[in-house]
Ligand binder design. Structure first.
Ligand SMILES: [Zn+2]
Ligand SMILES: [Zn+2]
Length: 275
């Protein structure tokens, strides 16, 4: 996220009181079409400074710029009051929601960069405990804000990336169990080795069990070898088992009189024909 905080504009920490602001994000727009998408980013900074002057001037007389954040057409997030401050933005939600104004007007479709910046800001605020909900200013009071284009995007999910998304409804335990059942107990994984001939697909859970049981059997064979002959270099055999599971390679690492036994066992375990 490209964030320009208050210090970029030479502003001191906001005088606005602390507030939770965790119910979600409220989208606003600029009442006029400024054409900032066609100008350099300096114009956005000038606009943001002028907005604060206007909000703190005689016609509004507020303690600070009204909004928590803005997103500009160049994909930059500009800090207003910042997160966790009472706003002068949406009466009924100034203490409980976080305001984000789009630096675009009623006739201006937000740029892809601007929408991406909004999503990045939203993800960042989610990390601070803000809920996933996104509303428009007009959901709080009677107003044209955030304009028909932006309000359409609030409604159709364009600003969250998923129209069906409901971040406040985590999967239930029953749904999670269903998903686990599908992942582990559906016959879709390619069967290992020569088993594929008669039974081309296995369940994931059975492949896991098969691999576990093969490893246990190889371990048991190694332990048996160690008991029979103190000359076996167990660590070397284990290294070869892990590095390259061919019976020939393993046979080369152990005493000749035991090699046949190991090759037989591994040939069975690995389902490969013995030379
Ligand atoms: Zn508004
Ligand atoms: Zn900009």
């Amino acid at each position: 996220m490209k964030l320009e905080n208050r210090s970029v504009f030479g502003w001191p920490p906001s005088a606005a009181a602390a507030a939770p602001c965790r119910d979600g994000l409220v989208v606003h727009y600029d009442g006029s079409n400024q054409g900032l998408a066609g100008k350099g980013h300096d114009a956005c900074r000038t606009y943001w400074r002028n907005t604060r002057k206007f909000h703190m001037g005689p016609s509004r007389n507020w303690a600070d710029i009204g909004y928590s954040f803005a997103v500009c057409p160049h994909g930059v997030v500009l800090e207003g009051r910042g997160f966790g401050r009472v706003q002068a933005a949406q009466p009924g939600g100034n203490n409980t929601w976080t305001s984000v104004t789009f630096m675009s007007g009623d006739a201006e479709r937000p740029t892809a960069e601007q929408v991406a910046a909004f999503k990045e800001l939203r993800a960042w605020l989610r990390g601070k405990g803000v809920a996933g909900a996104v509303r428009g200013h007009r959901d709080f009071i009677s107003t044209s804000c955030p304009g028909s284009i932006l309000y359409g995007m609030v409604r159709d999910g364009s600003l969250t990336g998923n129209p069906q998304e409901d971040d406040d409804m985590p999967l239930s335990d029953a749904d999670l169990k269903k998903i686990r059942d599908i992942v582990w107990n559906t016959d879709t994984a390619p069967a290992p080795g020569t088993a594929a001939k008669d039974n081309p697909t296995w369940r994931h859970v059975n492949i896991l069990r098969d691999a576990y049981s093969s490893v246990q059997q190889v371990k048991a064979t190694l332990a048996q070898l160690a008991r029979q002959s103190p000359d076996v270099d167990e660590a070397e055999v284990a290294r070869l088992v892990l590095a390259d599971l061919t019976p020939e390679r393993i046979a080369a690492a152990i005493p000749a009189e035991l090699a046949g036994q190991v090759v037989d066992q591994l040939a069975v375990r690995l389902n490969t024909p013995k030379e």
